[in-house]
Design a protein around this ligand. Structure first.
Ligand code: AP5
Length: 225
């Protein structure tokens, strides 16, 4: 069995999945496959996928399983993801998890771990209402917890920072409700398979990162033994 790292990031909206992914992909040199970014790109480019996904996303609902599953299985089979991946935003429902398990089995691969970043709903509201994203680099900030050096501008290239359409209070509430109903059952699903690793996402980003990185490094060592 190869020692490739095949990882899933799980957690409520605003848990800090994207924030941690930026650091972890750097640490472990993994391709980052984020359904939210793929779908937002498709909406921006007005592709068939984007046209289908747009109304669901704007309302804070999930796009249908049939729309997203094929896109992700294809990404996992691409040359980029052959030696491992960090998957963020998929699976989000039990049927998506089953489809992923089958897809990996067909390719004779297996998951290394599912990283759950947990934060309570009140914290999600605070984080998402203050989130700002660079229109060019995609770098994520928070007006209070992780502000840019110059207000409204990305530290990397000075590009404009904007608020995501689905970060309005009423849409955040809907996304949280969808998370609890559709996605939270996956914690039990992966726990039963011995894959779940839980992290307290209320700590500072650096601390959350240190904990996750240490766990992944240990898992990789165990795999190589
Ligand atoms: P997606 O883009 O995946 O959204 P999400 O899961 O709701 O997650 P977010 O991107 O909002 O949050 P995050 O956890 O990455 O937090 P971040 O690091 O930015 O999905 C969007 C939509 O696409 C869905 O609603 C759905 O419609 C559709 N979709 C996607 N996948 C799908 C699927 N599989 N099936 C069907 N539909 C699908 O951090 C948030 C903020 O907090 C930032 O401002 C950050 O600076 C700050 N922050 C981060 N960490 C900390 C910390 N430790 N302390 C303080 N502040 C922090």
């Amino acid at each position: 069995m190869s020692s490739e790292l095949n990882l899933i990031l799980l957690g409520p909206p605003g848990a800090g999945k994207g924030t941690q992914a930026e650091r972890l992909t750097f640490d472990f040199n993994l391709p980052y496959i984020a359904t939210g970014n793929i779908l937002r790109g498709a909406v921006r480019d007005e592709t068939a996928l984007g046209k289908e996904a747009k109304s669901y996303m704007a309302k804070g609902e999930l796009v249908p399983d049939s729309v997203i599953t094929g896109v992700i299985l294809e990404a996992l089979n691409s040359a980029d993801a052959r030696d491992g991946f960090l998957l963020d935003g998929f699976p989000r429902t039990l049927p998506q998890a089953d489809a992923l398990a089958l897809g990996l089995q067909d390719a004779d691969r297996r998951l290394t771990a599912v990283i759950l970043i947990d934060v309570p709903d009140e914290e999600v509201q605070r984080r998402l209402s203050g989130r700002r994203v660079s229109v060019k680099t995609g770098r994520v900030y928070h007006v209070e917890f992780d502000p840019p050096k110059h207000e409204g501008r990305c530290d990397i290239d000075g590009s404009r920072l904007v608020q995501r359409d689905d970060d309005k209070p009423e849409t955040i509430a809907k996304r949280l409700a969808v998370y609890h109903a559709e996605t939270e059952p996956l914690t039990e699903y992966y726990d039963a398979r011995g894959l779940l690793r839980r992290f307290d996402g209320t700590r500072a980003p650096t601390e959350v990162h240190d904990h996750i990185r240490a766990t992944i490094a240990t898992l990789r060592l165990e795999d190589e033994l």
